[in-house]
Design a protein around this ligand. Structure first.
Ligand SMILES: [Cu+2]
Length: 128
């Protein structure tokens, strides 16, 4: 008879490691910010089902993206093609910022809360 315990141990350890990642306010989705200095600071306001501006430009390289909540309600901002990146804000006046390194291109930004993107909480981030 074989000894399955030897093979089970690493699987259990992996499971614990994955579950420990969830729910942290500092490491949502395991996103790792670039360590270099940011060349631009981009500010986007979140209202109820809109961003202002809804079309923003950023230079190629590392930008620090700010999301500032100007109305009630919780919102967030993700960038298409940037896995794990999310800025979350809760009530009015709340703000959040993270650095992101971007190549030239047109990126969709949107709020992932149910109905928000379809309701108009979407925009474009143009990097050039
Ligand atoms: Cu939203």
């Amino acid at each position: 008879m074989m000894k399955p315990r030897l093979f089970l141990a690493p699987i259990v350890a992996l499971g614990i490691g994955l579950s420990a990642c969830g729910g942290s306010s500092t490491g949502e989705g395991g996103y790792v910010q670039p360590t270099g200095a940011s060349v631009a600071s981009i500010e986007i306001e979140a209202g109820n089902l809109y961003y202002s501006p809804d079309k923003v430009e950023a230079p190629v390289g590392i930008s620090k993206i700010w999301l500032k909540n100007i109305e009630s309600g919780a919102h967030n901002l993700v960038i298409s093609g940037v896995p794990g990146f999310i800025l979350e804000v809760s009530g009015e006046g709340d703000q959040n910022a993270k650095k992101v390194e971007l190549e030239a291109g047109s990126y969709d930004i949107y709020c992932t809360l149910p109905g928000h993107r379809a309701g108009g909480m979407a925009g474009k981030l143009i990097v050039k």
